[in-house]
Design a protein around this ligand. Sequence first.
Ligand code: BEZ
Length: 227
Amino acid sequence: MPTLRLGSIAPDFEAQTTQGPIKFHEWIGDSWAVLFSHPGDFTPVCTTELGEVARQAPEFAKRGVKVIGISANTLDDHEKWVKDINEYGSKFGPTDVQFPIIADPDRKISTLYDMLDAQDATNVDAKGLPFTVRTVFVIDPKKVIRLLISYPASTGRNFDEILRVIDSLQIGDKHRVTTPVNWKKGDDVIVHPSVSHEEAKTLFPEHTVHKPYLRTTPLNLPTLSTI
Ligand code: BEZ
């Protein structure tokens, strides 16, 4: 099993999902993708997370991102559990899980992506086999892993943060900029260190030089509203 790092190609696989069988790379197509694992079906934190992802579906779609969940349960369990997620989630707004959830009861894909929990003795199934931790892989249309985070089973993720990183990655792919601490879409960005001072004058006429190595600029480009 190769170590997966930022810049690695996301391994391809075939899987059964709640939306039918998929070949992962084919399913991603020309989109971005978020592959996120959750420990197990019918567990509380996961129930809150999947509802939130369903409610945020338009935000992912706006950015050209497909979302897919995975856990070490069967398709039958996933299908029953989705009803609970929608029912509980509707307390917080319209909740309708439409994204696919991969059935991985034999942990083939969880193992391929190194998602299995090696440290939480409570995060196991009835046979004592480990469930996954809460991993997030953001994968670009070239199938390159661009973000990789792992949370423990006990901590629900912040999907606003995942959208924020996707905004940063997509803006950085289009413009020679990086994004500062706590940045969010619409805030000033940082001129990439590889941009010379001469180039910066033309590329970012409104930029400010705070230090020779720290230059910020507004990025009021029409493209920003489409990503
Ligand atoms: C949960 O989703 O609530 C959970 C799952 C496994 C271990 C701990 C919490």
